[in-house]
Design a protein around this ligand. Sequence first.
Ligand code: DP6
Length: 335
Amino acid sequence: APSNIALVKYWGKHGQQLPQNPSISFTLSQCVTTTAVSFSPRQTGETAFDFLFEQKKQPAFHPKIQQFLERITPYFPALEGHRLSISSQNSFPHSSGIASSASAMAALALCIVDFEKQFHPLWTEEAALQKASFLARLGSGSAARSIAGPLMVWGQSKAFPQSNDHYAIAPAVEWHPIFHDYQDTVLIVDKGQKKVSSTLGHGLMQGHPFAAQRFEQAHSHLEEIKAALTTGDLERFIDLTEAEALTLHAMMMTSNPRFVLMQPNTLALLQKVWDFRAQTDLPLCFTLDAGANVHLLYPRQDRNPIMDFIQKELLVHCQQGQYIEDQVGNGAKKN
Ligand code: DP6
C-alpha cells in the first residue's frame, strides 16, 4: 500500500477515529509499505501476533498493532481465533520523517481483508476495498485514504455523494489528466521523530478557539478543490493547497498547548517556492504535513526545470541534502 499526501487536511477527530471534517489526498506510488501476513489457529496462551519490520523484531511498534487488532476484532470476530505473523517493509527510509502510518496500516488492513474474503464468497472487489479502508481508518485516520487512487476522499462532504466518515472513497469523477501523474518531491528538512504525535495533534482541535470555522472551511475548500481538480485550474489548485497547508500549521500555532513545527529551513523553502513561481510562472506549489518537511507538487510536464531548481536552490535546506521523488499513483496492489 502506498502513502498519500492530503490536499485538504484531516485535523481533528472524535468518537472511534471519525474525522471532524472531510479530506482529500493524492495517492502516491513510490513510498509504499509491503506487508505479508500469515494466519494460523491461535492456541490458548499464545500472543495475538508477532511482527517483523525489515526482517527485525520491532517491539516499539507492538502497542499500535495491538490497539489496531483490538479495535478491528468486533468488525471481524473470526480474527480472535487466529494468530497473525506480520512482516513489513518500507520502500522509503524509516527515519526519513515521512509518515509511514498511512501506508503501514493500509497494507495491514488489506492483508486482513484478503483473509476475511474467504468467509464472504459473495463480496465484490469494491466491498472488500471499502472494508479495507474502514479497518485502515481504525489504525490511522489517513490510512483510510491509502487504498485506491489517484485521489481519495474521506469524510462526509456535499461535493461527493458517496462520501462518508467511515471509509474513504475514490470518487467516480473525471479528474483532469494533468493530475494523474502529478509529481510530489518530498524535501527532508528534519528526519527526526514527530514532535507531536497524531493523537495529541488531533486532540488540540478539541476546544480550539477556531475549530468550528476551520471545519467549515475544510468543507468549502473541498468543494472548491474538486472544481480545480476536474478543470485543471492550477492557479486555484495551488491557492487552495497552500492555504490548507498553512492553515494546518496555523491551527497548531494557536492551540493550547501550541506548537511551531516549521523550522527555519521550512520557511526558507516556502519563500523560494513563491519567488520561483513569481519569476518563472511555473505551477510549483507546496504542502506540509504535521512536521517540518516540505512536499513540492507540480505537473510532470514541468519536471525538468523544476528538478533543476530543486537541485540548485532547495537541497541546501534539506537534512543531508535528502529528498524523495514520488508521484500520484493508482493505489495498493496484491503481489
Ligand atoms: C496532518 O492519520 O496520522 O497528515 O488518525 O491519529 O492516526 P491518526 O492521525 P493521522 O493524521 C494525519 C494528519 C495529517 C493530515 C492528513 O493526512 O489529512
